[in-house]
Design a protein around this ligand. Structure first.
Ligand code: GLU
Length: 183
């Protein structure tokens, strides 16, 4: 019998869902949820994964209306699965995590926000490690809050699960850009 936990990954866009456009040097042409899962098959060794696209947008365009939409979608999923991962652009990821933690009071299951500083098509992308760490954390703990899962250092050694309301993005490109402030 398959005894693995089941999670849903809800995608909102950002660098984690992007590819480099070699004509401009920028990142465009977002991945679909299916393509992302196909790129990171290790996640399926840790948990059973369902995946759904909520939006395909840069996080600077996310506003209060999107927080509410996301919270509703998370609640729908939490009835059915053991935890939810939200993929999100990093620039306003910490604001979304704070907003969700106020909207989703009394959670009993994990909701982890995950971003990436390098697009998922690059060998140096931090996306796979961040996603796999989040999935492993959900698989192995009974955490029941909103949190942020990103690299602890520049190398692929560890991720941190950071508190929803005390975490900030403090660097534009480093993998360990997210820091817990006063905590
Ligand atoms: N500014 C974009 C965003 O926050 C891209 C940055 C990123 O995802 O890391 O969605």
């Amino acid at each position: 019998m398959n005894s693995k936990k089941t999670i849903t990954i809800l995608h909102t866009g950002g660098t984690i869902a992007s590819k480099v456009d070699y004509k401009t040097g920028g990142v465009i042409a977002r991945y679909t949820p299916e393509e992302l899962l196909y790129k990171f098959p290790e996640i399926a060794h840790v948990v059973n994964v369902k995946s759904r696209l909520i939006r395909n947008m840069w996080s600077e365009d996310i506003n209060f209306k999107h927080y509410n939409l996301l919270a509703k979608e998370i609640l729908k999923e939490l009835h059915k699965v053991d935890g939810v991962i939200i993929t999100h652009g990093t620039d306003t990821l910490a604001y979304t995590s704070a907003a969700l933690s106020f909207i989703l009071e009394g959670l009993e299951k994990p909701v982890l926000l995950v971003g990436a500083q390098r697009s998922s098509d690059r060998g140096s992308s931090d996306a796979p490690f961040n996603l796999i760490c989040a999935a492993k954390f959900i698989a192995e703990t009974d955490f029941g809050e909103v949190g942020i899962c990103m690299h602890e250092s520049m190398s692929d050694d560890n991720c941190l699960i950071m508190p929803a309301c005390k975490t900030r993005k403090l660097h534009s490109s480093r993998r360990d850009a997210f820091k817990v402030v006063n905590g």
